[in-house]
Design a protein around this ligand. Structure first.
Ligand code: FAD
Length: 400
């Protein structure tokens, strides 16, 4: 392999570059990224940057030592594939490759309507929103998910009048399910944030929102926190299999055409928020839009590109900081049978675990980092747990 192109300069892109060099790749390396900044971390954008405590989250990478051509502020516009290798069409010209890393991440979904709305994905988004979080400003956030809760936290701290509007009946219903999501609802009132659940937004208009029944909510600032979708339009017509994300095998090889063993391309990998990878652990495809996956998956993708055997088998992990709490989740509860609580959810510190039989599927720890670490270890090992003991918050989470 002599010429690798990495498309996308987020965390997954920079990690792919670092891993390729770390694994001994000596050929030409180009990273093309639509943003004009060097790769930076996004989690602080809805936390320290929004709060005005930080303004620079650039990833600490030694670009000279990495010997990587950085094409910043340039966008990939198309992909032509040959039997092996191909060419990325870009605003900086054609970029031929014999190895390709797709790391174009995701873009926020916006609300219908032609009124002004804010999203939170880039450092510019965060600085712009920060400048509008002034005392008394009416901030209406659509979506009580991770981003919505974090923006509400920052806005309430700055003395804004904050309302969060959520289509589901509880916050975080999509991510955690209604039972556990409901346990976070009191946090809003406690922070002085209005929470309106079961409310569908029709459109954004000048001065606020119009709801499905025709009612209005007035706002100085509307923030859409309703999720993201992978940024894949440049791959249209390339022949790669795209569903919600670039479809890959467990080693992050992208499929050309159908998902069959022989159609995975060894010279094209995808990682981070744009990749829908096969998880042998869960027996299904996962698309994990979280920092830990963008940090660690690219090393497996780089190994694959270099012909080294590697499979990604991590237990998904993420965290969120909301309403003064550290919220951490690991695992996947999509098929779980039941939920056990550790500690009193009306208190400051508690944990919920999801189980199937005597196996731990997932954990949500609220200001209980030890539970998270212990449970994550048990989930990764797949060993049985003593379900009775789990309900006692004073007993460590451990295998039976
Ligand atoms: P991205 O970071 O989206 O990077 C993709 C890059 O590719 C972008 O720079 C984009 O401009 C560029 N690009 C796109 N299309 C093209 C193209 N055609 N040509 C060239 N370049 C292109 N996760 C957690 O686990 N915990 C958190 O607390 C948390 N907080 C978050 C807060 C915010 C505000 C956001 C936005 C995300 C947060 N995340 C969090 C998620 C985490 O940041 C993402 O999972 C991670 O950034 C994904 O990295 P990525 O490199 O795959 O994609």
């Amino acid at each position: 392999m002599e010429r690798v192109v990495v498309v996308g300069g987020g965390l997954a892109g920079v990690r792919a570059v670092e891993s390729l060099r770390g694994r001994g790749y000596e050929g030409a390396l180009t990273l093309v990224s639509a943003e004009r900044h060097r790769p930076y971390d996004r989690p602080p954008l809805s936390k320290a940057v929004l709060a005005g405590e930080s303004d620079d989250t650039t990833v600490d990478a030694d670009w000279d030592a990495l010997r990587c051509d950085l094409l910043l502020g340039e966008r990939a516009t198309g992909l032509r594939l040959d039997a092996r290798g191909g060419t990325v069409a870009s605003t900086a010209g054609d970029l031929p490759f014999d190895g390709l890393v797709i790391a174009t991440g995701a873009v926020p979904i916006t609300l219908p309507g032609d009124g002004p709305q804010h999203v939170l994905r880039t450092i510019e988004d965060s600085r712009d929103l920060r400048s509008r979080l002034t005392e008394g400003a009416r901030i209406v956030i659509v979506g009580a998910g991770w981003i919505g809760a974090e923006v509400a936290t920052a806005a309430a701290k700055k003395g804004c009048a904050v309302t969060v509007v959520e289509a589901a009946d509880t916050p975080l219903a999509g991510a955690l399910g209604p039972e556990v999501g409901a346990l976070t609802a009191p946090w809003y009132a406690e922070a002085g944030v209005g929470l309106r659940t079961g409310v569908k937004v029709a459109e954004v208009r000048d001065g606020g929102l119009v709801l499905a029944g025709g009612a209005r909510i007035d706002a100085d600032v509307v923030v859409a926190g309703i999720g993201v979708r992978p940024d894949l339009s440049w791959l249209d017509g390339s022949g790669l299999l795209l569903e919600r994300g670039v479809v890959t095998d467990g080693s992050f090889r992208a499929y050309l055409g159908e998902e069959e063993p022989g159609s995975a391309r060894p010279d094209i990998v995808a990682a981070g928020d744009c990749a829908a990878w096969w998880s042998a652990r869960y027996g299904r495809r996962l698309l994990v839009e979280h920092w830990d996956t963008a940090l660690n998956a690219p090393d497996v993708a780089a190994a694959t590109l270099l012909g080294q055997d590697a499979v990604y088998d991590a237990v998904p992990y993420f965290w969120s900081e909301q309403f003064g709490r550290m919220v951490q989740y690991a695992g996947s509860h999509a098929a779980s049978e039941r939920i056990v609580r550790r500690g009193d959810p009306s208190g400051r510190k508690w944990t919920a675990v999801w189980l199937t039989g005597d196996r731990l599927d997932a954990v949500l720890a609220v200001d209980r980092p030890r539970d998270l670490v212990q449970a994550r270890r048990v989930i990764a090992a797949g060993t049985p747990v003593d379900a009775e003991a789990l309900a006692d918050p004073d007993v460590p989470v451990r295998q039976a």
